[in-house]
Design a protein around this ligand. Structure first.
Ligand code: SMG
Ligand code: MG
Length: 377
């Protein structure tokens, strides 16, 4: 959104909900196995409307340094006081009020995105529309975790291909890489395929990463350390396959630095990791201007976070399929409705009603909630 709303909205109440939901299928990456998925949901109230946002923190500081407790602390002590009782004219206004806070992008994103959802609702437009998105369907794929054995992995991929997913991402780590990719490629020679290492390799592993070049992958995601742009810039020219950065891109500045030094040719945009929808839009625009494709990453979100991701992925330079699978891939029962379902063509429909397009069901939220706190102005 470029202009503010006509009428500033006063933030009357903010609520935090710490929830933990059992995953439909455990999800294993190079940094560990997740069986349930905790997160913090943020609700902002104004004029009888509620906007929802999701802080995509996980079970510990594995993907990012943030946790449930760091997000809760920073929200309670610094972020909520910066907006509570204030007249907010636009999401950019929220970003400006958070300016002094260093780091903690996932905590910032939860509250900022809740304000985006609130404002979309107040203006009677979908979040996608408020973001200047252009699509009514977004192309998606599925991310397949590490399995105990190759057979189990092949069964999972077969199941998702049968469900209609047109792009598969495989999680890799040392010892679970070339052999696995070769087996999947042999069975599905034409399947759009990509891999994600979640920082599990070092430059000494470059020969393995060069071997992956043979399998016609869409991209290789985040092979090296999360703070390391330099070694990615060293590796990229040795590969035909584009490198894509995820963990390394924690702000629009990181995106610009990475592109300046040639550390990647594709960027995975996650609203949490980059600090909210405003920063995500900025990275989108920066990459569009340089002809660098982006795609929307996923953090096993509830339908609240998924609806935010779907809205973001309607921006025109989100040209690669997102890690935004159908709701059923994640949870047997979500805290919000309606569920997202996979359409033919491996796409999700973009909600077109006002706001986020999903409704939190209070009883379901209460059933998986471990902590709740509210602040009134
Ligand atoms: O939401 O479908 C999803 C998961 C996508 O693989 C996925 N995310 O590094 O890109 C990534 C991982 C992080 C997951 S942390 C549990
Ligand atoms: Mg990743």
């Amino acid at each position: 959104m470029t202009e503010g709303t006509e009428h500033p909205m006063q933030i009357e109440r903010v609520e935090l909900h710490y929830v933990d939901m059992p995953l439909a299928h455990p999800f294993e990456t190079s940094f560990g196995r997740e069986v349930t998925r905790p997160c913090v949901l943020v609700a902002v109230h104004s004029g009888g409307l509620i906007g929802w946002g999701e802080c995509a923190v996980g079970s510990g500081p594995w993907f990012s340094s943030e946790t449930i407790e760091t997000a809760w602390h920073v929200l309670r002590e610094f972020l909520i006081p910066a907006v509570l009782g204030q007249d907010i004219a636009s999401p950019a206004d929220v970003v400006a009020r958070f300016h002094r806070v260093r780091g903690h992008p996932i905590a910032r994103a939860g509250l900022e995105n809740a304000v985006w959802a609130l404002m979309a609702q107040a203006q009677g437009v979908s979040l996608a529309r408020l973001l200047d998105g252009e699509r009514d369907r977004v192309p998606v794929g599925v991310s397949v975790g590490i399995e105990p054995a190759l057979d189990a992995l092949l069964d999972r991929v077969a199941q998702h291909v049968d469900e209609g997913y047109g792009r598969v991402k495989l999680k890799i780590k040392p010892g679970w890489d070339v052999g696995v990719v070769r087996a999947v490629r042999e069975r599905w020679p034409d399947l759009p395929l990509q891999v994600d290492a979640n920082c599990a390799y070092t430059p000494a592993d470059a020969p393995i990463l060069r071997e992956l070049d043979a399998f016609d992958l869409l991209l290789i995601e985040q092979p090296f350390h999360h703070e390391d742009l330099v070694d990615h810039a060293w590796l990229q020219p040795q590969l035909r396959t584009p490198l894509c950065l995820d963990e390394s891109i924690r702000s629009p500045e990181h995106a610009r630095w990475a592109l300046e030094i040639g550390a990647c040719r594709v960027i995975n945009v996650k609203v949490g990791r980059v600090g909210g929808l405003t920063a995500a839009q900025e990275i989108h625009d920066l990459c569009a201007g340089r002809g660098v494709p982006v795609w929307c990453g996923g953090m096993l979100e509830t339908n609240v976070g998924r609806a935010t991701n779907v809205a973001l992925a309607t921006l025109p330079n989100f040209t690669l399929p997102g890690d935004i699978s159908a709701s059923a891939r994640y949870y047997r029962e979500d805290i919000a409705e309606p569920n997202f379902v996979l359409n033919p063509g491996s796409a999700l429909s973009v909600p077109d009603g006002p706001g986020l397009g999903v409704r939190v069901i209070p009883e379901r939220l209460a059933a998986v909630r471990l902590r709740h706190q509210a602040w009134n102005s």
